[in-house]
Design a binder for this molecule. Structure first.
Ligand code: AMP
Length: 421
């Protein structure tokens, strides 16, 4: 036998037994997108590296360490270094917004997509190289109402899925007016404690000091007494954050202010937020996160336009559903069509008529004994067996409940009502 080939490290196959929970999360995401007035958009899975470098920041982990490069088999070194799989959707989405002149549309625009993201990171539990996000973005709305509305949307998503104990961590990291003072305060503070920083943090301190707060290995006391961004906000940013917090209170949305929540990407301004199950608040546990990016459209060459969005990780959401034993809606009835002897054409015809009625049907196409066909149907998880026999001349079939074993004879056109009732 030839040697088998394993899936790439950090990827996962979604097996049929896992897809019902996944489908539930994905269909709820689509349904809520509709309920909140978001329109679907799709963008490529890969973009120019320079888009991510400029949008996310050269010093972000996503660009510096986790770019998943793609290249053609031919072309120069430079050409082959030009593309990367998207680590997140916002930069590509804003690129599309600018490229298609979408600023002339009636706004604010509400856009959504669900799809895979790629980060060439060290794989571990809850951290994959390919993972799926439900992403929502509102472009052209300065807030603060929409900031609270997005937190409410994410909370509703988790609640309607059946997850309990979800808490939003929120923070404000200011804007171009006040961030420099905060940055300077961090440089000064961590500069005094360089010997207690990791190698990684020392480097971050030089290029992007906010991200020292992101370092999982940061000594807790050092983190606790670090300058807090909220103490450095300019009047406009402070008023914005106050308004967001008041709205979260008014909507009774569970949240805490988390001073370490700076988010890893350069484009964020003002409001940042992440969602966790209370008590599971490590970095690999975030179920989703997002924030405001009022400078990004301009940074990528468009007119100054505010924006805000979030990405919810479906892989981690589904994991949390499993961990909390969330009940899934019952699966619709599944039917097997079985028969006696050489009546395969009849079975296919009956199956076809049942599918006209929107039922899920698998006909048995073999000539094995009826008992064997029923056994196989039960093993495959069918809940009902439709038995085709002589009564078909009167347009009637046997209908056996494979759970209780009960059997009746009914008209073919009555089957749908019987199994759905
Ligand atoms: P981020 O923008 O990095 O905060 O990502 C938003 C959400 O996507 C996170 O809260 C996670 O739920 C999910 N996510 C991010 N990176 C990964 C990953 N490597 N593997 C699985 N899920 C991820």
């Amino acid at each position: 036998m030839a040697r088998t080939i394993a899936a790439p490290r950090g990827t996962r196959d979604l097996l049929p037994e896992e897809t019902p929970a996944w489908d539930r999360a994905e269909s709820l995401a689509r349904e809520l997108s509709r309920r909140y007035g978001f329109e679907r958009i799709e963008i490529p899975l890969f973009e120019r590296v320079v888009l991510f470098a400029r949008g996310l920041g050269e010093s972000s982990d996503a660009v510096e360490k986790e770019m998943f490069r793609v290249s053609g088999a031919t072309g120069s070194e430079e050409e082959r270094a030009e593309w990367a799989l998207r680590p997140e959707p916002t930069a590509g989405l804003v690129r599309a917004f600018i490229e298609h002149g979408m600023h002339v549309r009636p706004g604010p625009l509400r856009l959504t997509l669900i799809g895979p993201m790629f980060r060439y990171d060290r794989p571990q539990a809850g951290r994959y190289r390919q993972f799926t996000q439900w992403d929502v973005e509102v472009i052209g709305d300065p807030g603060p109402a929409v900031d609270a509305e997005l937190v409410e949307l994410a909370h509703r998503f988790y609640a309607e899925l059946g997850l309990t104990d979800v808490v939003a961590h929120v923070n404000s990291i200011g804007d171009a007016a006040c961030r420099p003072a905060y940055r300077a305060a961090l440089v000064e503070y961590f500069g005094r404690h360089v010997d207690r920083l990791t190698e990684d943090s020392r480097r971050r301190l030089a290029v992007n000091p906010l991200r020292v707060l992101d370092d999982k290995q940061l000594v807790p006391e050092l983190a606790d007494s670090a300058p807090k961004s909220v103490d450095y906000l300019c009047d406009a940013c402070r008023a914005h954050f106050r308004a967001v917090l008041d709205l979260l209170d008014a909507l009774a949305l569970r949240h805490i202010v988390d001073h370490r929540l700076v988010r890893g990407l350069d484009y964020y301004t003002r409001t940042t937020f992440e969602f966790f199950v209370a008590g599971h608040e490590g970095q690999q546990d975030a179920l989703g996160g997002g924030g405001r990016y009022d400078g990004l459209v301009e940074l990528l060459g468009g007119r100054p336009t505010p924006g805000i969005g979030f990405g919810i990780g479906l892989d981690r959401t589904v994991r949390a559903m499993e961990a909390q034993g969330v009940e899934l809606p019952p699966q619709p009835a599944s039917l097997a069509v079985v028969g006696v002897g050489d009546d395969v054409a009849d079975r296919l015809l009956v199956a076809s008529r049942l599918r006209d009625r929107r039922l899920s049907v698998r006909p048995d196409g073999t000539t094995r004994k009826l008992g064997k066909q029923l056994e196989a149907a039960a093993k495959l998880g069918a809940t009902w067996a439709v038995i085709v026999g002589d009564e078909l001349a009167q347009d009637r079939v046997g209908l056996k409940d494979l759970v209780t074993g009960e059997q009746v004879t009914v008209g073919v056109d009555e089957v749908a009502a019987r199994v759905s009732g």
